[in-house]
Design a protein around this ligand. Structure first.
Ligand code: NAD
Length: 500
């Protein structure tokens, strides 16, 4: 292993200089070759990062709001000026096409911009004369060291959903990115340093379960923001809260797009293809289920199938590629196995992604877009989060049956309804048990001044990510009741304080 092919931790404002006992391989998914190795942290390296963060927090918590906002504005400028480099790093390790990676970085920038308003966001309340000559006010203070654990599918955006707000609120951070595409986190950490963030306020440890478990147990880690699959989110929530931490753990998804009979079917077919196969279906807000309400099924399936052969699947670095490879061979094989199980369980394989032409390295982790029709709720292609370019169509006899289907699903991340009937759309947004709803919008990711989060098995904890809920999550409130003595003060009173 050469030094250039080694990705290591970022602790105290610089790369870690130790020698790791364990490593992981990082692939170029478009060629299938190992591009680099990433150090896996032992407990001692996590401890070092947490101690470094704790020491930095002691002074960072006292930095003025102006000083914090200045760092955020500088970071925003640097990120904006170097966004193409970051997008290229994402494409190289994740595989998503460059334009998609650029979109991810753009959404990350929006989260940074929100945090630039931290002086406004941290304004507390003040009640003069709550009791006679007594003032009451609230202040929001930082928690200390917070841990951020992120998934492979948005290696730039998901860390930046949390890190800007956490830092702006006066915390210090230990980020544990996905081991599958770790370089974006280091690039981001370097930009923060260049922006003037004091050493140790943001640290990055790479690794696997060992690093995560240590963060979940370390007594100086006060909060955990996690994004990943539902089983791990549930585990992180349980173990983190059991050790006394505040935890928000965002999990997996199965997002339904309901198409009513009055919808514009060409618009709906375009949306289903874009949201189903963008980023090779490796988005937590991807549409993976189309619910065709009778009688649109046949026509809608035909329109979706018609669009699929034209999709250009290839190396994400090539300008004309629309869909890249999957992240690893293991993941590609798992996704491909659903093509067999779907057929075995009786679904109709309308378009087989294994036959799609590919413009990329032979050993790349390829799988073209797949369409199943006549899927039923008990089939594994419906019950499981496949997290790949596999779209399932279920047919429903009515609007009510469609709502019942979506509400019965264990996940509740995102959903969309396609219709020209405002009344139906309004009913849907009221009745559906899902955290983020799109009306003729297939991927309803909230803008950065709202917050992002699903319901049911898509989120454990009660705080959504970024936006106002992010600020709430990364602060704790203190209420001060204050009386400045005046000449009339005096006397002993053992009774419980009452307001007069
Ligand atoms: P993952 O659950 O495998 O990994 C997420 C993080 O957890 C990584 O940092 C990983 O190193 C760590 N991890 C993995 N196994 C662990 C274990 N046994 N113990 C402790 N830590 C462990 O998820 P992934 O494959 O990287 O990402 C895809 C998943 O993330 C999908 O399920 C997707 O829906 C979900 N996701 C959800 C959202 C959301 O906002 N709800 C956003 C993006 C991705």
């Amino acid at each position: 292993m050469t030094e250039t092919s080694r990705i290591t931790h970022w602790i105290g404002g610089k790369p870690w200089s130790g020698t790791a006992q364990r490593h992981g391989e990082v692939f170029d998914p478009a060629t299938g070759s190992v591009a680099s190795y990433v150090d896996f942290a032992a407990e001692s390296e996590v401890d070092l990062a947490v101690e470094t963060a704790r020491a930095a927090w002691r002074s960072w918590r006292g930095a003025s709001l102006t000083a914090r906002a200045n760092v955020l504005f500088s970071f925003r400028e640097l990120l904006n000026s170097r966004k193409s480099e970051l997008a290229a790093i994402v494409t190289a390790e994740h595989g998503k096409v460059l334009s998609d990676a650029a979109g991810e970085v753009q959404r990350a920038l929006e989260a940074v911009e929100f945090a630039c308003g931290i002086p406004q966001l941290l304004k507390g309340g003040f009640s003069e004369n709550a009791s006679t000559r007594v003032d009451v006010y609230s202040i929001q203070q930082s928690l200390g060291v917070v841990g951020v654990i992120s998934p492979f599918n948005f290696p730039a955006m998901v860390p930046l959903w949390f890190v800007p707000n956490a830092i702006a609120c006066g915390n210090a951070v230990v980020l544990k990115p996905s081991e599958k595409d770790p370089s974006a986190a280091n690039f981001i950490a370097e930009l923060w340093a260049e922006a003037g963030l004091p050493e140790g306020v943001l640290n990055v440890v790479h690794g696997d379960k060992v690093a995560v478990d240590r963060l979940l147990e370390h007594p100086e880690v006060k909060a955990i923001s996690f994004v990943g699959s539902t089983p791990i989110a549930k585990y992180v929530y349980g173990r983190g809260t059991a050790s006394g931490k505040r935890v928000q753990a965002l999990g997996g998804a199965k997002n339904h797009m309901v198409v009513l009979p009055d919808a514009d079917l060409d618009l709906a077919a375009d949306a289903a293809v874009s949201a189903g196969f963008g980023s090779a279906g490796e988005r937590c807000m991807a549409v993976s289920v189309v619910v065709a309400v009778d009688p649109v099924g046949n026509e809608l399936v035909a329109k979706i199938a018609q669009r699929m052969p034209g999709l250009k699947v290839g190396d994400g670095r090539q300008a004309d590629s629309e869909m890249g490879p999957l992240v690893t061979a293991v993941h590609r094989d798992k996704v491909a196995s659903y093509l067999d199980s779907g057929v075995a369980e009786g679904a109709e394989l309308v378009v087989d992604g294994r036959a799609h032409p590919i413009n990329g390295g032979e050993q790349g982790f390829w799988l073209g877009p797949t369409l199943f029709d006549r899927v039923r709720p008990e089939m594994s292609v419906y019950t499981d989060e496949i997290f790949g370019p596999v779209l399932s169509v279920l047919r429903c006899p009515s609007y009510d049956a469609a709502v019942e289907l979506v509400n019965a699903n264990r996940y509740g991340n995102g959903t969309a309804i396609f219709t020209n009937d405002g009344g139906a759309a309004r009913r849907y947004q009221n009745e559906i048990e899902v955290g983020m709803v799109g009306v003729n919008v297939p991927i309803p990711v909230p803008v950065s001044y709202y917050s992002f989060g699903g319901w049911k098995d898509s989120l454990f904890g009660d705080s959504h990510a970024y936006g106002p809920e992010g600020v709430h999550f990364f602060t704790r409130t203190k209420v001060v009741t204050s009386r400045w003595l005046d000449p009339s003060h005096g006397g002993i009173n053992l009774g419980f304080p009452q307001n007069t």
